[in-house]
Design a protein around this ligand. Structure first.
Ligand code: SF4
Length: 339
């Protein structure tokens, strides 16, 4: 799959004071991309797009070179103790993406130029909690590998964590441009997870992402480079033939990755909120996602919002089937959670 390249670029005040901001600016200027210097944080005006669909697509062609100004670290359960961003937004078009609700009508991709400052705040948190081991998720607001060919900041974070005695990093990706990370000095402190699903789900809902074969090939390279490896099987859907398809998925993974030490799985069922449902229907009016509230159970999230999830009996069928198939194909692996 071709690596993403923006159509237009916005630069926030102060971003050019950092080497990454300056290097990207010079590169995009040499490429004659339209570049707009914006007067303040979040003042990204003028991205084209009238309809919801156009606005979404044009947002996804837009890059903002920004500066992270607040360094409070939010908790990130059940995946890690804390999360921090290097990037927000993502060029892919996954219909179910939970970022749909948080990134606005034109969901541009913002990369942060002040990577050293962000990692400095992370380092302080690690120090404060030492000798307790503190884990950090860096893929809560984006798929950071999707823009790594532009930024290199994921590699920088991996090498930073490679030097941390009491810190662990984890991230998840659907992207496969892993070559630049294979030689990073990770010291086994970064868990590299791939988001996988059945080829049917990938084809129907995960537009502009690499196919399953490429993700498996990338996972093999990552395992060979000594990274702790994991798979996020998500979002899990119940549809005609779901057992057969998830069985085939796991048997393919087992055939390609027979002896991976310390392999982990995370299982996340599909969920939506009223707000995300409205946004999905605006952007993907012909979606095949099952957004029928009547067949779901309501669960209240961290901030009180109602999420529609599978009823207990169906969720349990997903959990039990996936867990037992994982146990069968990967007896030495761990399922970290089902949610
Ligand atoms: S790859 Fe991940 S972050 Fe990007 S659109 Fe898909 S689900 Fe969202």
């Amino acid at each position: 799959m071709e690596l993403w390249f923006p159509k237009r670029v916005y630069v926030e005040p102060g971003a050019l004071d950092y080497p990454l901001g300056k290097a990207l600016y010079q590169r995009f200027r040499a490429d004659r991309l339209p570049i707009t210097m914006i007067p303040g944080h979040n003042r990204v005006l003028g991205v084209p797009g009238h309809t919801a669909r156009e606005a979404y697509r044009e947002g996804k062609e837009t890059l903002v070179i920004g500066v992270k100004r607040t360094f409070e670290l939010e908790s990130c359960r059940p995946s890690a103790d804390f999360q921090f961003p290097l990037v927000t937004g993502c060029p892919a078009y996954c219909q179910y993406c939970y970022l749909q609700s948080s990134l606005g009508r034109k969901p541009y991709v913002r990369i942060y130029a002040n990577v050293d400052e962000i990692l400095g705040a992370v380092g302080e948190k690690i120090k404060e909690r030492a000798p307790h081991i503190t884990s950090f998720e860096v893929a809560s607001t984006s798929d950071p590998l999707a823009v790594e060919h532009l930024t290199g900041s994921l590699r920088q974070a991996i090498e930073f964590f490679g030097r941390q005695r009491y810190g662990l990093l984890r991230f998840v990706t659907k992207f496969t441009n892993v070559d630049g990370l294979l030689t990073a000095d990770h010291s086994g402190h970064t868990r590299f997870r791939f988001s996988v699903n059945t080829p049917q789900v990938i084809a129907a809902f995960e537009h502009r992402t690499p196919p399953l074969d490429e993700r498996i090939a990338a996972a093999k390279k990552v395992a060979a480079a000594g990274y702790p490896l994991g798979f996020l099987v998500a979002p899990l859907f119940i549809y005609d033939g779901w057992r057969r398809d998830y069985h085939t998925l796991l048997s393919r993974l087992a055939a390609e990755l027979p002896e991976v030490p310390d392999l982990t799985f995370e299982l996340i069922q599909f969920r939506f909120t009223r707000r995300s449902k409205d946004i999905i229907l605006d952007r993907f009016p012909n979606t095949a996602l099952d957004l029928d509230e009547g067949t779901r159970q309501v669960k209240h999230g961290k901030y009180g919002q109602a999420k529609f999830i599978y009823p207990d009996e169906e969720a349990e069928a997903l959990r039990a089937y996936l867990s037992s198939e994982i146990q069968r194909f990967f007896p030495a692996s761990r399922v970290l959670y089902f949610t």
